[in-house]
Design a binder for this molecule. Structure first.
Ligand code: ATP
Length: 518
């Protein structure tokens, strides 16, 4: 849509109220809590009629960019359940764990690396101990933002500065109050807790039948490295891409779908010559950033953050996070790492199979040699990307003169919008309805727009129907009025500018194609 560039935006993502997103998601059918009729299942989500379209559009856009528009990447759809040895070899059984702290009084659990405490400047409690405030967040900024209101209340004054420190770094843990119940000295030492869900394969429920729900899709790719190589004859550098469900028994949850226990990933493992790792890492950083921008995220909403040395996994050579400015602060959308040859080497060792690439062009003489490629991994979350697109698109336009209701608009990129076009007859009178239904049917035909989702709506006033479509991000409405019966023309109304233009029905599909740019 050429016009979106010039559209005034009223809200930036960090100004968006997450509760409003949650209520819009429920009201319009984007996202529901799982098993809601039974009180809900914590941090598990269902996608409603509009949500499934949006999420599928995100996955489709990723697949197109990462697989179909390239000749060096092939796809894969590996099973969720895998041989348990996979997770021993990958290090997940031993190491995929979070440090947890329990409160001995209220029995709540917290991630030690998320639990921050701050001494409030100079304030002492009745026993003369410095007053502490605790908060959660994965960064000091996040934690400080969460603590500030409580600290201000304690001080009954404005705060100069809050300096959060990690609980696990605090020498004197006995002074840290539990963030849930406030009991002091009730927190335990951190203990490691594995995040993988376990289940049983086959009829016998004993230790030998334990298997895991995959916590990431990547290992399915490494386990199939040799199958893909021999069946597709790819040459270095090449990649294997996959989207699919992953499961993590997360302790700290919340922020809608941001950290869910069941979620979907979009992962690429891109195999390169070891000496070219850093170059390809830089290449993929640019590609991935460009992908989010192309689909409409504003450049100010995104940043690339390089991991500090101590943050890196022991095998990782280098790693960046693509971060989005969520309403609660900057947080990870996607990780992009140079994982070296760790994964292939581990699986080769554990399985006894040779996992290497035969390069006929190198080695001594004419013989060629086997090399274990390095892998560059852009690993993104479908649900997090979907949430970021929703938040970035959300806007509230001040009410037009003489009215009170702000106009809520989802300024979604046309490629992501769940519904591309809504056809709206001005009245429910017979000839208009028939004409509008015919138009909607024609727009759904592959010849019009190769599979556009087209809505038809004749309920309520036209103003309300426009509002409804704006709120769900439909880029264009087509209005069929009484004159349309005479002049065989209809009005196209644009979501972002609300501008209207009249076009002959015979030219409608072409006019929409041009505007949508799909
Ligand atoms: P975090 O630090 O936020 O827990 P992570 O670094 O453990 O994330 P990775 O293991 O790198 O995440 O997973 C790659 C991507 O998968 C993340 O960037 C994110 O988009 C997505 N992801 C991971 N865990 C979750 C989750 N619990 N819910 C939703 N998406 C997730």
């Amino acid at each position: 849509m050429a016009t979106t560039q010039s559209v005034t935006r009223y809200l930036s993502p960090s100004q968006v109220d997450l509760d409003k997103i949650a209520s819009l998601c429920k009201r319009r059918g984007f996202i529901f809590q799982s098993s809601e009729i039974y009180g809900g299942l914590n941090s598990v989500w269902d996608y409603g009629p509009l949500g499934v379209e949006l999420k599928n559009n995100v996955k489709r856009a990723w697949w197109r960019a990462m697989v179909q528009e390239r000749d060096d990447v092939v796809g894969l759809d590996a099973a969720i359940l895998m041989h348990p040895q996979v997770w021993h070899a990958s290090g997940h059984v031993a190491g995929f764990a979070d440090p947890l702290i329990d409160c001995k009084v209220c029995k709540q659990r917290f991630r030690a690396d998320h639990l921050w405490a701050a001494f409030v400047n100079g304030v002492k409690d009745k026993d003369g101990a410095p007053v502490l405030v605790t908060g959660e967040g994965s960064t000091p900024e996040e934690a400080a933002a969460e603590m500030a209101p409580r600290a201000k209340k304690l001080l009954k004054a404005s705060l100069t500065e809050i300096k959060p420190v990690l609980v696990k770094d605090l020498a004197d843990r006995d002074r840290v109050p539990c963030p849930a119940c406030g009991a002091v000295g009730s927190l335990t030492e951190p203990r490691m807790f594995n995040l993988m869900f376990k289940t049983f394969l086959g009829p016998v429920e004993d230790e030998s039948a334990v298997i895991y729900m995959r916590p990431e899709t990547a290992q399915g790719i490494f386990a199939n490295f040799d199958n893909v190589l021999t069946s597709s004859r790819m040459r270095l550098p090449f990649g294997i891409a996959q989207t699919g469900k992953a499961f993590r028994n997360e302790i700290t949850t919340g922020h809608l779908t941001f950290r869910s226990r069941e979620f979907e990933q979009m992962e690429l493992e891109y195999f390169v010559r070891p000496e070219e790792g850093e170059r390809w890492l830089q290449y993929w950083l640019e590609q991935r950033r460009g992908w989010y921008l192309k689909l409409g995220l504003r450049p100010d909403s995104l940043r690339l953050r390089q991991h500090e040395k101590e943050e890196l996994a022991h095998y990782a050579k280098d790693c960046y996070d693509v971060e989005f400015t969520f309403p609660w602060g900057w947080a990870e959308l996607e990780g992009i790492a140079n994982r070296g040859d760790f994964d292939l080497t581990q699986h080769a060792r554990s399985s006894g199979k040779k996992l290497a690439y035969f390069d006929p062009s190198t080695g001594s003489g004419e013989k060629g040699e086997h090399i274990v490629p390095y892998v560059i991994e852009p690993s993104g979350g479908v649900d997090r990307a979907t949430l970021a697109f929703l938040i970035d698109a959300y806007d509230e336009e001040p009410p037009p003169a003489g009215t009170e209701e702000a106009r809520v608009v989802l300024r979604l990129h046309p490629a992501l919008a769940p519904v591309k076009v809504a056809v709206l007859p001005l009245s429910r009178k017979e000839p208009l309805v028939n004409m509008a239904r015919d138009i909607a049917r024609e727009l759904r035909a592959p010849s019009a727009g190769s599979g556009w989702a087209v809505a038809y709506d004749d309920a309520q006033s036209i103003g309300r129907r426009y509002r409804r479509q704006d709120e769900q991000g439909t880029p264009y409405c087509v209005t069929v009025d009484f004159q349309s019966l005479e002049d065989k023309a209809v009005t196209i109304r644009e979501r972002d500018t609300m501008s209207q233009v009249r076009v002959p029905v015979a030219e409608l599909a072409a006019a929409l194609r041009e505007r949508l740019g799909l």
